[in-house]
Design a protein around this ligand. Structure first.
Ligand SMILES: [Zn+2]
Ligand SMILES: [Zn+2]
Length: 141
């Protein structure tokens, strides 16, 4: 899902979110950076440009985005929620060295979900953890 060229204001309106300045900036941050940030990261990155921003506002805004289905939570660690504006199904890989969370494209048509025929799947979260290519190469040198 490529969100880089969308009109964010229109996108929020279409999804029943009133596009306040802070909401626009927070969604724009997610779309631009694709770094799967947590609340703290978003707050720290935006507070110098938006001095009136509070962590509570960031938290509540993300909660609203989640309710409206325009972000998905990444629950790869039990003590931290990260957020992704790409809500299409894809996997995530978290590197234990650089802590980066990578997007992993998935072809669900290849995935066997035997026994789920009569179930309604509302969310899928597919996580991998380990050492990313970059850190692995750096380690080997
Ligand atoms: Zn890494
Ligand atoms: Zn992602």
């Amino acid at each position: 899902m490529d969100l880089s060229n969308i009109n964010i204001e229109q996108y929020l309106r279409n999804n029943d979110v009133k596009p306040s300045y802070q909401r626009l900036k927070i969604f724009e941050y997610l779309v631009k950076h694709k770094n799967h940030p947590n609340v703290d990261t978003i707050y720290q990155e935006l507070v110098s440009a938006i001095p009136t921003l509070s962590k509570t506002t960031v938290y509540n805004t993300l909660k609203l985005f989640l309710e409206k289905g325009i972000v998905q939570p990444i629950l790869i660690e039990e003590n931290e929620i990260r957020y992704d504006a790409d809500v299409t199904v894809h996997g995530h890989f978290k590197c234990e060295i650089c802590q980066e969370v990578y997007d992993i494209p998935l072809d669900l048509s290849d995935m066997k979900t035997e026994g789920l025929e009569k179930f309604i799947i509302k969310e899928s979260h597919i996580y991998f953890k380990g050492i990313c290519k970059r850190c692995n190469i750096a380690n080997a040198q």
